[in-house]
Design a protein around this ligand. Structure first.
Ligand code: MRU
Length: 307
């Protein structure tokens, strides 16, 4: 199943806000519909945003204001701006966008192979955060592509998936994908991650990335930094899996990465039910930055970088 594709002159994408309850496809015919889908996370995950940006430029049909709105729909994942800029500069936008879609498929498979080759052992217990599977790309994904490859080779003992508050990409999406691939897994609350690393029994932490600065500092879903600190203390490899398009050479370090702050309501309510007393405000950074010295390796479709 493709998470996002170009079908009969429009973008078709899995509406990820409806999962795991319903698998619903959205047909998107205008840039403003696409911007809305990106903002409410119907389509999300850095590689999928790259493909959405690329295909969105085709929908824009040369409307520069629409292209600018699309490019700015979410700030942290550099793939969105990367996909938009590549296609906006191309002579044949549809051809360029379809090339980005196809390259993403090949990159996911290559990252899976390279990541699985980097890990030693054949009964591996992997911890991960957010959703980095096929739903975050076109198919297979990044960190979860490594998991899938391990599982296909009978080298996976278990995945510990962090819930990923507040929007629960781990609880809703990663568990759904792991169940579909038949991979053993358990869900854990975010704050249990560092403790479970200290307690032992996790062989590696695998995460994706939204933007990697030139020095290797990595922006990813909020909670990644805490996992990296816990992994270092416990002596567990902390591995980032991301396509080359996630590396932003224009950002010298993590200090130059814009971190998206999202609406307070995402923290204050769950499934429409208010958690905190009226009058309580909330701070909701969607991402954090893991400094490069806490990262064991960055695996891309082309290489292994040791920051
Ligand atoms: O807010 P989201 O769901 O778009 O955040 C996604 C992540 O943080 C992923 O880990 C990242 O994009 C890598 S996806 C392969």
């Amino acid at each position: 199943m493709r998470t996002i594709d170009w079908v009969d002159g429009a973008i078709e994408l899995v509406d990820q806000t409806k999962l795991p309850g319903e698998l619903v496809m959205l047909r998107v015919t205008t840039v403003d519909e696409l911007v809305g889908a990106i903002r409410r996370l119907s389509v999300r995950g850095a590689p999928a945003l790259g493909v959405a940006g690329a295909l969105g430029v085709v929908l824009a049909g040369g409307d520069q204001a629409a292209i600018a709105r699309l490019r700015a729909a979410r700030p942290t994942a550099v793939n969105l701006a990367w996909g938009v800029d590549r296609v906006a500069a191309a002579g044949d936008p549809l051809k360029a966008a379809l090339r980005i879609r196809d390259d993403d498929l090949a990159a996911s498979r290559a990252m899976g192979e390279r990541g699985a080759g980097l890990l030693e052992g054949d009964r591996l217990r992997i911890m991960t955060i957010c959703n980095t599977g096929g739903l975050a790309a076109v198919e297979r994904g990044t960190a979860l592509s490594v998991v899938q490859t391990l599982h296909e080779r009978a080298r996976l003992a278990e995945v510990l998936a962090l819930e990923t508050r507040p929007l629960l990409q781990g609880a809703r999406l990663t568990t759904w994908e792991l169940a579909r691939m038949g991979a053993p897994h358990r869900l854990v609350i975010d704050s249990a991650g560092p403790y479970l690393l200290a307690r032992g029994g996790v062989d590696a932490v695998l995460i994706g990335a939204d933007r990697i600065a030139a020095n290797g500092d990595t922006a990813n879903k909020i909670g990644s930094y805490a996992l990296a600190l816990g992994a270092e203390r416990a002596g567990v490899p902390f591995i980032v899996v991301a396509p080359e398009s996630t590396i932003d050479q224009a950002a010298p370090s993590g200090d130059h990465i814009a971190i998206e702050d999202r609406a307070a309501d995402e923290v204050l309510t769950i499934g429409g039910v208010r958690l905190a007393p009226d009058g309580t405000d909330a701070l909701n950074p969607a991402f954090d930055v893991t400094p490069h010295d806490l990262i064991t390796a960055i695996v891309t479709e082309r290489r292994v970088i040791r920051p």
